[in-house]
Design a protein around this ligand. Structure first.
Ligand SMILES: [Zn+2]
Length: 144
């Protein structure tokens, strides 16, 4: 997981703007690396509620790059975030996320308790709650 955020950082590092004044709370390089780590961690553990990983990470780090590098930065971020999502989807088939938490269906049962069946990797709902996943996607499109 950390290798992944390191790779994003390494590919972007040459283009990060250097501060003119010595930074008090960490350098731009540190901030970019931390943002990459946070985004990858969130993808690993909270992927279903992380709607636009590429755009979110890009928005967070773009101020540390010159205008001329923005296209490249977005392409790098997008490539890694897509890769990470696919990779994490493949990893969570065993019923646990990468932090070791047991995965459970996101739905609530009619009794009001959380559904504890094992979810499908592509949307986090168990087979009996797949209709909720469709509703969620439609809501997402309206909001986008
Ligand atoms: Zn369920």
């Amino acid at each position: 997981m950390y290798q992944l955020s390191r790779s994003i950082y390494r590919e972007l590092a040459p283009e990060i703007i250097e501060e003119r004044v010595a930074a008090i709370a960490g350098s731009n390089h540190e901030r970019v690396l931390r943002a990459c780590e946070a985004a990858v961690y969130r993808l690993a553990t909270d992927r279903h509620y992380f709607a636009k990983p590429s755009k979110t990470l890009f928005r967070e780090i773009r101020i540390y790059f010159p205008i001329s590098a923005q296209d490249h930065v977005f392409r790098v971020v997008d490539r890694y975030m897509r890769f990470a999502r696919q990779w994490f989807e493949a990893q969570t088939l065993q019923g646990h996320d990468l932090a070791g938490n047991r995965l459970e269906c996101r739905a609530t049962t009619r009794k009001g308790t959380p559904c504890q069946r094992v979810p499908l990797p592509q949307n986090g709902y168990c087979p009996s709650h797949q209709h909720l996943a469709d509703d969620f996607d439609m809501a997402g499109q309206v909001a986008a």
